[in-house]
Design a protein around this ligand. Structure first.
Ligand SMILES: NC(=O)c1ccc[n+]([C@@H]2O[C@H](COP(=O)([O-])OP(=O)(O)OC[C@H]3O[C@@H](n4cnc5c(N)ncnc54)[C@H](OP(=O)(O)O)[C@@H]3O)[C@@H](O)[C@H]2O)c1
Length: 248
């Protein structure tokens, strides 16, 4: 195949759809072997079949501490290393506080915050090993959101709170790990066509408002690949990527 990530192993959470699936495809196209993580095993197996011998399937719920820890150990054992972690798994439910379903709030906090914390914590020893290896660098990329930078609309409160939280965690981790040659970065998308935005109606709404439409998952996958293929001396810490016509 021949690419800038030849010989590396990447873990992608949320690989069963949308941005995660597109990112897994893009990393494989660049030469990586990818561990595909999500709960829907059938979807992961379909993607793994498409990617040939370059992908392995791990069914896991990112909110399950023991499950995540076991999965990271299994990936490192099966695939030999973890050079890149992409924290993509996420959940969004945009409802004003007065009408809120508390279970939905809990799910967002669990998946978007605890999921990122648990996954990152479990991957870190392996990322540090990789950074000490021949490649000399490792990467954590978290898919945050424009909502990690600002609250763009009412109803987005808890989703934005979860994304602000991972932005804070990511920045602290960046300061902790740069000296050990683990780069830590954030990709902050605006509206992207995916199951999340198709189900909520946000994709259809954006299609109506924006002449050029919303972004495709591949646009965000491109940003992730750019981040993890920089020379060792350069770390892209943050990329905010919006549809051209998205204003907020
Ligand atoms: N679409 C947008 O406009 C947009 C904008 C900004 C940021 N984002 C962020 O981008 C990321 C990906 O979203 P997407 O738009 O691609 O949505 P999506 O197509 O709905 O994908 C969400 C992914 O997360 C996984 N997931 C959810 N809960 C999980 C859990 N408990 N354990 C393991 N995996 C879980 C899902 O897999 P399973 O259901 O198979 O477990 C799925 O693969 C999210 O973090 C989202 O917040 C999206």
């Amino acid at each position: 195949m021949g690419g800038q990530l030849e010989g590396t192993t990447a873990v992608v959470t949320g690989a069963s759809s949308g941005i995660g699936a597109a990112t897994a495809r893009a990393l494989v196209a660049e030469g990586a072997t990818v561990a595909l993580l999500a709960r829907r095993r059938d979807r992961l197996e379909e993607l793994a079949a498409e990617l040939g011998g370059r992908a392995a399937v791990y069914e896991v719920d990112v909110t399950d501490e023991a499950g995540v820890a076991d999965t990271m150990s299994a990936v490192a054992r099966d695939l030999g290393a973890i050079d890149v972690l992409v924290n993509d798994a996420g959940y969004g439910s945009m409802v004003p506080a007065l009408e809120a379903d508390i279970a939905e709030w809990r799910t967002m906090v669990d998946v978007n915050v605890n999921g990122v914390l648990l996954t990152t914590h479990a991957a870190l020893p392996h990322l540090l090993d990789a950074a000490r290896g021949p490649r000399g660098i490792a990467d954590v990329v978290t898919i945050s959101s424009v909502a990690g930078r600002k609250v763009a609309s009412p109803g987005a409160g808890v989703y934005a709170a979860t994304k602000h939280a991972v932005n804070a965690f990511s920045e602290a981790l960046r300061q902790e790990l740069g000296g050990r040659h683990v780069r830590v970065g954030l990709v902050e998308p605006g509206l992207v066509r995916s199951e999340m935005t198709e189900h909520s109606g946000a994709a259809a709404d954006a299609e109506e408002r924006l002449e050029l439409g919303l972004m495709e998952p591949e646009d965000i996958a491109d940003a992730v690949v750019y981040m993890v293929t920089r020379p060792r001396r350069a770390a892209v810490n943050e990329m905010l990527v919006r549809p051209t016509e998205q204003t907020r």
